[in-house]
Design a protein around this ligand. Structure first.
Ligand SMILES: [Cu+2]
Length: 104
């Protein structure tokens, strides 16, 4: 994310559950880290381009999530292996829709 121009402050915490609960992450959408930017949460290995798009389009939503840790997502590179995955938009009511699909 830093390479893509985002300024980050990293907090290492023992228990992520209260944070995921506070930002309103629905059950089953979780990954290994939760970020907050511009009033949205960013859960897991979301490509920087989708975060930029989110901040530009400003949809009514809680945030973006890539559940789990798909191989080939940013930070999960393993050679040229690529597991297909969706970037999910989590709406205010907790429902989700596909924001982007990878690989494009
Ligand atoms: Cu991860």
């Amino acid at each position: 994310m830093r390479q893509h121009g985002f300024k980050l402050t990293v907090h290492d915490v023992d228990n992520m559950s209260p944070i995921k609960e506070r930002v309103g992450l629905p059950y089953g959408m979780g990954s290994c880290h939760t970020a907050e930017i511009g009033g949205y949460f960013i859960e897991g290995h979301v490509p920087a381009a989708e975060v930029a798009r989110l901040l530009q389009e400003k949809p009514k939503a809680k945030g973006l999530a890539v559940p789990g840790m798909p191989i080939g997502s940013p930070g999960m590179e393993q050679g040229n292996q690529q597991q297909p995955y969706d970037v999910m938009l989590v709406k205010e009511d907790g429902s989700t829709s596909v924001f982007a699909h990878y690989p494009k």
